[in-house]
Ligand binder design. Structure first.
Ligand code: UN1
Length: 505
């Protein structure tokens, strides 16, 4: 077991406040870390430290910052298996998925190391002679990044890497239940050559983080907030930032739909539904929520999805399984409440519903279910537009299925819950693809692929209840971590007045 505390300005804070334990969800007797939590004034202190380090970091040439990003990528690559094993142990993500998650950090570094040599601005013509206009990207300042634990190392890197590359300093508040994975990643980042105070790690609970953030915003030591987590908390953070005229980057929940048209390859669609519905035990923001399937293939799809789900290996995440346990006890508790939404609908996919125990077993379970937070995967057929299960994110291994008649109806249903993160359509008809793309409100659309599994260089983000339109990844995230500054340079030797002294031919 590790003992962890926050690290600010290169120094570990003494553990004076409350402590929490991070447990292995596949074996609750395995304590991964004991975590000393910071108090609100320590959150503010971390932001001050980051603020003080910012000017010097921004003065480091961007290509040199890019080299640090390159070192981070190489260090992560050299520690790939060790980091993935820790992710598996701490949050129960199957090892193959955890390796994929670590790869996502390397991909992100690969993209941004080159951005250090670009970070382009523009030269713009002036309407007056002997005058030149320019634009520059300037760092926003100090960013506070608050992340969930379902992607405890990749999703934080989506923020940290571009934020640092652009010349910002950062205070990172990871999920307490994924504190050891965060600490391991933090160590790799700092070993890559970041000066002290440029990246600070704060372990704190939700309430104290919010209180500390609120004070830090008043003190003007936070210039940008990045948050990945629930829509409920995201909305609170968004309102707090709004009070201070700030536009946070919010990546929130999803109720991601998959439309299966009458001409779809059903086996492919089933494979995707299995992966995005039950991979990571349904705890991705891009997890599949509802399959909206054409009425002519509805029964056939449910039959095949049921068979594939029953046959999917589940259990011990260190083994070759499709899914393991819930991330932590708090998610198991909230998920139990959502199970009440199933009501009288028929369920498929497993031998039972709810927690997998010796009395409520799953056939073919790998390992000992009594040790961890394991739940049966559930396919709920015949959900309707009025069901809570259709409208709300559940963040667990439960997938609704409903039939549709026309594509317009399918698109309407896909948009109805009001989220707008990821979406998918299975069809062999290009006309349906483009009609779906044009009609869907989601930030991300997949065609004959699953709702999960975004690549690290395409814009990632959602609309509506899924976020405020901000986008991560690739060049698009530069607009989150830099602001445009314009420069107009008059070398005419006289005062030229815009709009009034326009040159004529
Ligand atoms: C998340 O769950 O917060 O597209 C992000 C995916 C992953 C990222 C998910 N690459 O499923």
């Amino acid at each position: 077991m590790q003992t962890l505390t926050s690290v600010v300005g290169g120094r570990a804070l003494p553990a004076g406040g409350r402590t929490v334990r991070s447990l292995n969800p596949a074996d609750l007797s395995d304590v991964v870390a004991e975590v000393g939590l910071a108090r609100p004034y320590e959150v503010v202190g971390a932001c001050r430290t980051a603020k003080e380090a910012q000017r010097a970091w921004a003065a480091v040439p961007a290509p040199v910052r890019g080299r640090v990003i390159s070192s981070i990528g190489r260090l992560v690559e050299a520690n790939k298996e060790r980091l993935a094993r820790l992710v598996t142990r701490e949050i129960g993500k199957p090892y193959a998925e955890a390796l994929g998650e670590v790869q996502e950090i390397i991909d992100t570094c690969d993209f941004f190391l080159g951005e250090g040599r670009r970070l382009y601005g523009q030269t713009v013509p002036s309407e007056m002679p002997d005058k030149q206009l320019f634009t520059f990207r300037v760092p926003v300042g100090t960013a506070m990044i608050i992340t969930a634990g379902n992607f405890p190392v990749a999703v934080p890197s989506w923020y940290l890497v571009p934020a640092l590359l652009c010349g910002n300093t950062v205070v990172w508040k990871p999920a307490e239940y994924a504190a050891a994975s965060a600490a391991a990643l933090y160590e790799l980042f700092t070993h890559a050559g970041l000066p002290e105070g440029v990246l600070n790690l704060v372990h704190a609970d939700g309430g104290d983080t919010f209180a500390g953030l609120s004070d830090a915003l008043v003190a003007r030591v936070v210039d940008k907030v990045g948050f990945t987590g629930s829509s409920r908390v995201g909305s609170r953070i968004g309102s707090l930032c709004g009070l201070h005229l700030q536009k946070p980057c919010l990546e929130l929940g999803g109720k991601n739909p998959m439309v299966v048209a009458e001409d779809a390859d059903l086996d492919l669609a089933v494979e995707a539904a299995l992966f995005s519905g039950f991979g990571t035990a349904g705890q991705r923001c891009t997890s599949l929520g509802t399959v909206i399937v054409h009425e002519s293939v509805h029964q056939d799809f449910v039959r095949r999805f049921d068979a594939a789900t029953r046959a999917a290996p589940a259990g011990d995440p260190t083994q070759d399984v499709v899914f393991g346990p819930m991330l932590a006890e708090r998610f198991a508790e909230s998920y139990e409440k959502y199970l009440g939404w199933i009501g009288d609908h028929p369920t498929y996919g497993s031998t039972g519903v709810g927690r997998i125990t010796p009395d409520n077993p799953r056939e073919g379970f790998v390992g000992d279910p009594a040790k961890g937070l394991y739940y049966h995967p559930v396919i709920v057929d015949g959900v309707t537009r009025d069901d809570e299960l259709f409208r709300q994110e559940t963040f667990g291994p439960i997938v609704g299925v409903m039939p549709y008649t026309t594509l317009d109806e399918a698109i309407e249903l896909a948009n109805l819950p009001g989220y707008g993160l990821s979406s998918a359509i299975y069809t062999t008809d290009p006309a349906k693809v483009f009609a779906f793309r044009a009609g869907i409100g989601a930030g991300m659309v997949s065609v004959n692929n699953s709702t999960s599994g975004a690549e690290a260089h395409l814009p990632f983000g959602g609309n509506g209840r899924s976020g405020n339109g901000s986008r991560q990844s690739g060049q698009w995230v530069l607009d989150e971590f830099t602001r445009w500054q314009s420069l107009n340079w008059d070398y005419s030797g006289r005062l030229q007045k815009a709009q009034m002294d326009v040159a004529t031919i």
